[in-house]
Design a protein around this ligand. Structure first.
Ligand code: COA
Length: 124
């Protein structure tokens, strides 16, 4: 993501096609700490949901994070994703058992949050 006003690359968001048959996808995001706390990652993540639902016709988009990652939890809840899973000790992170949250949002949940929305207006 390029923040036009600053003329800098400030972060990255992604959209991964998990299943064409089941119309499932996944989003993820990482931003430069210098540009945290301005709503930029939220705007970029919403653009990914718009792309997945409005342009690609997906049914469900998921996101995951370390259970201790509160900024990521807040971001996913801010854009309307629901916590669907809390995995306990499902992976080893730096030598210690970790915990992971999985969030998801469905197409009708997305559309209910944006009743007047049409196809994605972002230049993505
Ligand atoms: C996850 C990550 C992208 C979130 O970054 P972030 O800066 O919290 O997110 P945003 O850019 O959307 O900013 C939102 C924050 O800015 C605040 N904010 C300030 N001005 C704002 C504005 N004009 N509009 C919206 N939010 C604004 C919000 O209140 C929010 O703060 P809060 O979380 O304390 O309530 C970031 O922490 C990160 O890159 N982490 C490392 C990678 C990572 O963990 N990725 C995800 C899991 S794999």
């Amino acid at each position: 993501m390029v923040w036009r006003e600053a003329g800098k690359v400030v972060g990255e968001v992604g959209l991964k096609w998990l299943s064409r048959e089941h119309r499932q996808g996944e989003t993820g995001f990482v931003f430069n700490p210098d540009y945290h706390g301005r709503g930029l990652a939220t705007e970029a993540a919403e653009a990914m949901l718009a792309l997945g639902f409005d342009n690609l016709g997906w049914h469900r988009i998921i996101g995951s994070c370390d259970a201790r990652n509160q900024p990521s939890v807040r971001l996913m809840e801010r854009i309307g994703m629901r916590r669907e899973a809390h995995f306990v000790h499902n992976e080893i992170i730096k030598g210690e058992w970790g915990e992971e949250f999985v969030y998801a949002i469905l197409d009708h949940e997305w559309k209910a949050r944006r009743p007047s929305a049409g196809p994605c207006r972002h230049t993505c």
